[in-house]
Ligand binder design. Structure first.
Ligand SMILES: [Zn+2]
Length: 107
């Protein structure tokens, strides 16, 4: 996988299925496992999109992305991954700062 930052609303297949298996709705509410959204979010979606999310012939990831877009929500898994990356970047910066301080002290 590339390290480039994802645009908002975009989910990878892995993230889409992680959300599906989890019990947190993108709105922050509680949802059932193996359904993409909680009841209130699900019923805000247009009927054809509701159907696509449960249609095995439709591409689930595409349908899920379209649904997130409709609801103006972000995938919890994608958000988690971005936060994880940011945390790693902060960690690296802290190490760099420490190294610089040590270099100054030895002079
Ligand atoms: Zn919801």
């Amino acid at each position: 996988m590339s390290a480039t930052l994802q645009s908002a609303g975009h989910v990878t297949r892995h993230q889409a299925y992680r959300d599906l298996a989890g019990s947190v709705c993108p709105c922050g509410g509680v949802k059932l496992r193996n359904v993409p959204f909680c009841g209130p979010c699900h019923f805000k979606l247009p009927k054809p999109l509701q159907a696509d999310l449960f249609d095995p012939r439709a591409d689930y990831v595409t349908a899920y992305e379209r649904a997130l877009e409709q609801l103006h929500l972000e995938s919890p898994a994608a958000r988690e991954d971005i936060q994880g990356k940011t945390a790693i970047q902060h960690g690296v910066q802290a190490v760099i700062r420490e190294t610089q301080t040590q270099t100054h002290q030895t002079k």
